[in-house]
Design a protein around this ligand. Structure first.
Ligand code: KG4
Ligand code: ZN
Length: 337
């Protein structure tokens, strides 16, 4: 039997809507917001307004592309948090209105759970990991290692105590004078650079937790010192700076993931979140896994960054469980996993 689930993601700066038929994605349409580039980061009020103008055309486009009539939908899922409150409210209000008007069950989804459940999407571009697997979820807002035991059973092993990994990329890029979001630009520059040229202080955090604010400060002070002697230092060393910084971030991330894999004896390792698009991180993990005999699961690129597909698949699992939520379900800027 086919269940058609609509998934609406609006937690940050992208409005993304997908239609799932069981574990397959029929359409995944994303409206990006270019407006934030001028400000060096996402401006919450501008994000909410852009979601408002994007939500109707994005939902329509996803349904049209999937060739599914709204009368045939089985349920509506939406991101209920964590995220920007105003942005979440736009997606949630729309999802609730649709559920009410069409008399459909409503499925609120945790954004971080959705990131790791994106691995369960049936798609020829990605392999589905068996349970249990470890997922390193690295995005602009979060850095977590999660042990995933099933669609509704997971355990948070560790997370960042300050900045997220994506934030570390974006803030370092900003220090270098690159536009927002800097992560993809650092990735591109790093391919031409020497990762061993510079070194920055890396944190010693116990357990599986992460810290990135010290690295950012170390990067900032190093650049300030060099620029005092040569005001063209950053432009002359862009690629080496990007490669060295990226190498530090990857060492911090993979150090903890490897520790978790060893100590929990789980050989199935997955990446999720926007930073999992980083080519250096993907290569380093694959090289390490080849040595250790681990299996690596990389999501298709469009399921790495924020997307409606991961919300739709999460809704599908709630639908199987028959766990519909009431229309007064709140959205939460902070929402424990
Ligand atoms: O998951 P995501 O799209 O949104 C959040 O939930 O935060 O992640 C966005 C983050 C940004 O910080 C962006 O710079 C980073 O992912 N990012 C990358 C790359 N592509 C996106 N960071 C490093 N290398 C990349 N290729
Ligand atoms: Zn995300």
């Amino acid at each position: 039997m086919k269940h058609y689930i609509l998934g609406i993601e609006s937690s940050c700066d992208d409005t993304s809507v997908a239609v799932a038929a069981n574990r397959k994605i029929l359409a995944n349409v994303t409206a990006n917001q270019q407006i934030h580039a001028d400000y060096g980061g996402v401006v919450p009020e501008l994000a909410s307004r852009a979601h408002q103008s994007h939500i109707v055309p994005t939902v329509s486009a996803a349904l049209a592309q999937a060739d599914v009539d709204i009368q045939n939908l089985s349920g509506i899922s939406f991101t209920a948090g964590p995220g920007l409150l105003g942005s979440l409210l736009v997606g949630a209000s729309f999802a609730k209105s649709m559920a009410l008007a069409l008399d459909l069950p409503l499925y609120p989804v945790h954004h971080m759970q959705a990131h790791f459940l994106a691995h369960m999407i049936e798609d020829q571009r990605q392999a589905t990991p068996p349970f249990p697997f470890l997922c390193l979820t690295v995005s602009g807002g979060h850095t977590q290692i999660i042990q995933v035991n099933g669609p509704h059973a997971h355990q948070l092993l560790g997370q960042t105590i300050d900045d997220a990994a994506g934030e570390a990329f974006d803030k370092a890029a900003k220090i270098m004078g690159l536009p927002y979001p800097g992560g993809p630009l650092i990735d591109k520059l790093a391919r031409e650079g020497n990762p061993a040229r510079f070194s920055f202080s890396e944190p010693q955090v116990p357990g599986y937790d992460f810290s990135f604010s010290g690295l950012k400060t170390s990067f900032l002070y190093f650049l300030q010192k060099e620029v005092r002697q040569n005001d063209r230092f950053v432009e002359e060393n862009q690629a080496d700076l990007a490669a060295s910084l990226q190498a530090s971030i990857i060492r911090i991330l993979l150090g903890k993931l490897e520790k978790a894999a060893q100590e929990h004896d789980i050989p199935h390792l997955a990446l999720a979140g926007g930073v999992s698009a980083n080519s250096g991180l993907r290569q380093a993990l694959q090289a390490r896994a080849a040595q250790k005999g681990w299996q690596v699961y990389l999501p298709a690129f469009e399921y790495c960054t924020d997307n409606g597909a991961m919300i739709a698949i999460s809704g599908y699992y709630q639908h199987l469980r028959g766990a519909a939520a009431p229309l007064d379900t709140p959205v939460e800027a902070r929402r424990p996993l």
